[in-house]
Design a binder for this molecule. Structure first.
Ligand SMILES: [Zn+2]
Length: 88
């Protein structure tokens, strides 16, 4: 009489329920290209000379550039706002 140990291998690893693949979000519509911004946009090299493209703040003095807000310039340092001279 020999003992036979029968190893039952019916225990299967619980199957991981495959998650339904979420549909990839549609790519956002491309935004309108904005004008490139950055410090480099503050200067323009002309004949080896740096030309400032933005006005500087009258209150804070040179070194404080004013942000271009379309029809006006604003100083981010003191909040001074100067309207652009109307053109056209
Ligand atoms: Zn200022």
């Amino acid at each position: 009489m020999s003992k036979k140990e029968v190893e039952e291998t019916s225990e299967e690893a619980p199957k991981e329920e495959a998650k339904p693949e979420k549909p990839e979000k549609a790519p956002k519509p491309e935004k309108k290209k904005k004008k490139e911004k950055g410090v480099f946009s503050l200067y323009k090299m002309e004949n080896d000379k740096a030309v400032r493209l933005r006005p500087t703040c009258e209150r804070c003095g040179p070194g404080y550039f004013m942000a271009d807000h379309g029809n006006r310039y604003t100083c981010g340092h003191c909040g001074f706002t100067r309207y652009k001279p109307a053109e056209k």
